[in-house]
Ligand binder design. Sequence first.
Ligand SMILES: Nc1ncnc2c1ncn2[C@@H]1O[C@H](COP(=O)(O)OP(=O)(O)O)[C@@H](O)[C@H]1O
Ligand SMILES: O=P(O)(O)OC[C@H]1O[C@](O)(COP(=O)(O)O)[C@@H](O)[C@@H]1O
Length: 317
Amino acid sequence: MARVLTLTLNPALDLALRLGEFRLGEVNRTESTRLDAAGKGINVARVLAGLGHEVTVSGLLGADNETAFVKAFADCGLRDAFIRVPGDTRINAKLSEASGRVTDLNGPGLRIPGHALEALTARVGTLVTGHEAVVISGSLPPNVTPAQLAGLITLIRERGIPVWLDTSGPALTSGLAARPSAIKPNETELAGWAGRPLETSQARLEAALKLNSEGIEDVLVSAGSDSVLWAQRGSALEATPPRVTVLSTVGAGDTLLAGALHGVLSGWPRVRTLRFATALAAESVRHVGVGDPKAEDFESLHTQTLVRNPSTGEMHG
Ligand SMILES: Nc1ncnc2c1ncn2[C@@H]1O[C@H](COP(=O)(O)OP(=O)(O)O)[C@@H](O)[C@H]1O
Ligand SMILES: O=P(O)(O)OC[C@H]1O[C@](O)(COP(=O)(O)O)[C@@H](O)[C@@H]1O
């Protein structure tokens, strides 16, 4: 198993609210609520640790409400290398309705003192040696710039360590210029980069191959229940997720990225890796939280995940 470092510059406490139907401007009564330590890199770390990897989590964490994070790190066996910053980590609300619709309300995050970002850069510089991969996931705090994100990617890439990046908007555009090894945009995030809608599989394939040609070796594009496209150095595979009953899609993208990285780090063939990651992400949407490879019917989800060559249509068994 591998050693992986995940960086979450803007973690969050996820407040998951379940209700029949959300009515704007009215008093809504929820069926359940729960608050979990989250943020993209932390979710990825949970999945990787569950799959047996040795995972260190770092980034920038509010010192004033860290209890849930510290407990989650201990429960999941994650090594805590977060830099503490003054104040509270943001709370992101996730409304899941009976229809399967999920509404995210994500906060901006804490303002980061300059010395904290310097401390993070120094910590990453010393920590990164000995790790087989670094995952940088999620949005940036309001006063951390896309250029500073690119600087972190460059620092890690200069050590020859692969960087998997999952972010959006200007942070994605700037991050791409620093040539991460792999990215995992969803359809909307990729369309934001391309500057045009990418509603068809063909449009997503063209955009992903363009990124390959610009030096991003692995481009994983998720499109919810429709498909996952994986373009690797100019050659693509596409998976169709199994049909599942959706309870919460929060954490699905993080599970997909972690599942794919697990396959790559394990030296699995690409078809096996894509099938596994897609099935694990589908497993995650059936409940709150990340995907569970120990789910009783995981083998069946795996079998129902179809993988094909998007250019020829040839199916992979
Ligand atoms: N309704 C769904 N049914 C089955 N699988 C899903 C569904 N929604 C998401 N997934 C799985 O989760 C992955 C990531 O979901 P997606 O919504 O595209 O990413 P993100 O969470 O980053 O926006 C998909 O590629 C798919 O494997
Ligand atoms: O940093 P951002 O882009 O605001 O995203 C943070 C949110 O992303 C999540 O990690 C979920 O991400 P995915 O649904 O893409 O897997 C939540 O736990 C968290 O609230």
